[in-house]
Design a protein around this ligand. Structure first.
Ligand code: FAD
Length: 538
């Protein structure tokens, strides 16, 4: 098998690249994915994501360290669409300052002004936005984006936030620079009643092209090098080992766990680690798998009286009604994301812009962990630090590609991250007790009245917090010793090898990471195409 570009991983980034590169009929692409087709119906029903977090066939089944010997499940999609097929569908770009920070770190072409056109190029928006000229959203792209349905109990959350001084923002994706603390409705990657994964949005429309070959259920074992040049990959499918050769480039889009893992088992990484797992060093690059960042959420739950929540709607006769409503109108709780409301607040004195995100959901889960909804009506608010300083790692533990690498985000290891979650938890309580919400809530279920002091709140956070699923930065872009790719996303010191996915972020964006990853892939496709044109012209 031979192509100009061999892309590893058909996830958020890989599907975008496969589509954009094959828009040029002269470019041949092979896209290799370890997972299978996205036929599971829970992928397509938005609220179905709750059934997929630990799913045997559409996730990798990873576990991660969460401190003090605690292990948590660490979902990553293993299916066409990758994590965009199993995620919570929230569509959010982050603060303009996130990208200006990337540029300030020395990454040319990655400021907000540089990235913004690629967010818009990606998008096919069906909502109203802020009702103004609405040029914050793209209308002609591939990625379906929509407004969230406005559940009545959530309007009370917004009123409560505003009573505490948060500014109401009609369009959370139209933030001015230096936006003040605010609250607003989340937006979704949804087209009609169905999830808009990148498999649906980008890959499907490209499948009929003769210059694109998609290989599924194929685990890439290693990148093949000639000297310092990547010339292809070796993969296994149906018990056979095969090879895909790249005339121009191998592009790793295997995600923030998969890409550094694959580099390490191919011989690119820290020589000490490669020595431990018995992999010969092809190229020393100490930053591979380092600098891992993730958001860490701690959920507070309250029982609700006098208003409906998703808990009761999701069982018995009301559920039958919801299913009918979904099928006939494409609305209702089956279209909901993990959260409906996002508040961006400022907790740390030293922060110039909001530093804690609080996600609110019109329901509550057993033990505060996404999965099984409680029976009685409930409401959840969960704070997480937008720009954590704690840094973790992804480390291969064996040369065998089937063996899971160690994933350790090292949550809350930095003092400011601990201060942020303690302050965030206190603010969540204040929002629940603001006049607009107070008449509807009962006694706090989680963390519960016994948890009061800072130490008790931190202890609760350590024992109950969980990933927001935003693994990133493990092949960070930059020009320094620990960076892995340059600002064209080419692996330092190598030829014919790029990384394009959430792993290249130099710092995690302040909110959810799917839209930023899709933007990165849109921008990368444009960089790759213009490099190819320059080569032809030379
Ligand atoms: C449960 C969950 C909920 C989330 N919720 C949200 C949300 O609501 N909003 C949001 O913005 N973000 C959310 N995220 C985060 C977001 O989805 C990810 O940041 C984004 O999808 C990452 O894209 P990626 O291209 O880097 O990796 P992925 O989309 O994970 O793609 C990597 C692909 O590479 C494949 N692969 C890996 N290794 C190999 C190999 N060796 N051989 C072949 N193929 C391989 C994988 O199977 C996968 O398909 C969520 C993530 C998860 C897991």
């Amino acid at each position: 098998m031979k192509a100009d570009y061999v892309i590893v991983g058909a996830g958020s980034a890989g599907c975008v690249l496969a589509n954009r590169l094959t828009e040029d009929p002269q470019i041949r692409v092979v896209l290799i994915e370890a997972g299978g087709q996205d036929w599971n119906p829970y992928i397509h029903i938005p609220a179905g994501f709750m059934k997929l977090l630990d799913h045997k066939t559409v996730t990798w089944g990873f576990k991660a360290q969460a401190g003090d010997g605690r292990e948590i499940i660490y979902p990553r999609g293993k299916v066409l669409g990758g994590s965009s097929s199993i995620n919570g569908l929230i569509y959010v770009r982050g603060q303009p300052e996130d990208y200006d920070h990337w540029a300030q770190l020395g990454n040319r072409g990655w400021s907000w002004d540089d990235c913004y056109p690629f967010f818009k190029r990606a998008e096919r928006w069906s909502g109203q936005g802020d009702g103004g000229e609405d040029d914050a959203h793209g209308k002609d792209g591939y990625l379906f984006t929509s407004e969230m349905e406005r559940e009545p109990i959530c309007t009370k959350v917004i009123e409560a936030g505003m009573q505490l001084g948060l500014e109401y923002r009609e369009d959370v994706n139209n933030l001015p620079p230096n936006a003040p603390p605010s609250i607003g409705w989340c937006q979704q990657t949804r087209g009609g009643r169905r999830r808009a994964s990148t498999a649906r949005s980008y890959l499907r429309p490209a499948l009929k092209r003769q210059n694109l070959e998609v290989v599924t259920k194929a685990l890439v074992h290693r990148v093949i090098f000639q000297g310092k040049r990547a010339v292809g990959v070796e993969f296994s499918r149906g018990g056979r080992t095969e090879r895909a050769d790249a005339n121009r480039e191998v592009i790793l889009s295997a995600g923030a766990v998969g890409s550094p893992h694959l580099l390490q088992i191919s011989g690119v990484g820290d020589p000490e680690l490669l020595g431990k797992i018995g992999v010969p060093v092809v190229h020393e690059l100490r930053g591979v798998g380092r600098n891992m960042q993730d958001h860490y959420v701690i959920r507070c739950t309250y029982p609700i009286y006098g208003m409906q929540t998703a808990n009761e709607k999701a069982r018995g006769l009301p559920l039958v009604g919801e299913v009918l409503r979904y099928l006939t109108t494409g609305r209702g709780i089956l279209t909901y994301s993990a959260s409906l409301i996002a508040a961006s607040v400022k907790i740390l004195e030293e922060s110039a812009t909001p530093d804690v995100q609080i996600s609110f959901a019109p329901g509550s889960f057993k033990d505060g962990q996404i999965g099984q909804l409680e029976e009685e009506p409930g409401l959840t608010g969960g704070p997480w630090q937008m720009r954590p300083l704690s840094r973790g790692f992804v480390e291969a533990t064996s040369a065998d590609p089937h063996v899971q690498p160690t994933i350790n985000p090292r949550y809350l290891t930095e003092e400011s991250d601990r201060r942020a979650v303690i302050g965030g938890l206190k603010l969540v309580r204040q929002i629940f007790h603001a006049p607009a919400l107070a008449p509807y809530i009962g006694e706090e279920r989680l963390p519960g009245a016994k948890v009061q002091t800072d130490d008790e709140l931190l202890d609760y956070a350590k024992r109950n917090g969980n990933t927001v699923y935003h693994a990133s930065c493990t092949c960070m872009m930059g020009q320094h010793a620990m960076s892995v790719v340059d600002d064209n996303l080419r692996v330092h010191g190598m030829e014919g090898l790029r990384v394009v996915d959430a792993s290249v972020m130099p710092a995690v964006t302040s909110t959810n990471t799917n839209a930023p990853t899709i933007m990165i892939a849109e921008k990368a496709a444009s960089l790759i195409k213009s490099a190819a044109q320059q080569r032809l012209a030379a």
